[in-house]
Design a protein around this ligand. Sequence first.
Ligand SMILES: Nc1ncnc2c1ncn2[C@@H]1O[C@H](COP(=O)(O)OP(=O)(O)O)[C@@H](O)[C@H]1O
Ligand SMILES: [Mg+2]
Length: 281
Amino acid sequence: MAKTQTITSASSAEYFSKNLQQVGFSSYTKAILTTIKEAVDNSLDACEDAGILPEVSVFVEKLGEGTGKNSESIKVRVEDNGPGLEAEDVVKVFGEYLASSKFGRGRCSRGQQGIGISAVTTWAQLTNARGATVITKTAKMRKAVQCVVEVDIKHNKGVIKSKETIDWDREHGLTCEFIIDARIQLNGEGGLLAYLNGTTLVNPHLTLKYKIPGLEPRPETDDWVTINRVTEVLPEIPDAIEPHPHTMKLGEFIAHSHLFGRVTISAWLKKRFFTHFGQCV
Ligand SMILES: Nc1ncnc2c1ncn2[C@@H]1O[C@H](COP(=O)(O)OP(=O)(O)O)[C@@H](O)[C@H]1O
Ligand SMILES: [Mg+2]
């Protein structure tokens, strides 16, 4: 008699940990680019949401050989002056996939899905056996909290490995640090400099500092490069909009109709879709 199969299900963390190449970890050079980009994107998004002019620093240091063939062990630290995170949210943000403040809010941001920074934690964990080290302080907190967060891959849950309160000379902000297997590529289209310089070009309100091994020595600045903002004006945040019916498939249209309880069709059509007048009425 044929044996019956056992069907089991996997957590989203299990899926991503096995398919990290889909979210930017397809090579050692991309791994460091993605790590920096995910952290900087989050800093920019958080500052934008809080109406803060962003000041972000990116620190990269080579620690020695990596665990993978032809890789190096590299420390990446990204620090911002954003609003910071509440201590209890850090574990979700860094240790859980699909945890985000940006779902379904009807406007664009750099991140949308709550995948990016958890994938970085997973890469650090897989290659260096240690997740994210985070320092966070909100304006309300008297002291900062420093903790190490990892992903419980089996259950897609964040796990706090250590936690302490520390003094931090910032009113608010967040620092995240990862030690990852990677390889630094500075130049060329996929290089770190193209990304960092491009980021300041498209975000003229950003002041960016970076220190990366392999750059021309700059003894007078302790090897930090600073690109100052060229405008003090924050980008205007677009209004959130409802979806346009022409973008919807039949199933989406039906699902959308169930979201608002018992309303008349005419009120639903008028209020829950983007109109041609450029606003929701
Ligand atoms: N540097 C930061 N400062 C404040 N909040 C942050 C920071 N980084 C992440 N967050 C919060 O954590 C959430 C999840 O981040 P992430 O996993 O990268 O997903 P996404 O950026 O797609 O929302 C963000 O939506 C944001 O609310
Ligand atoms: Mg993100």
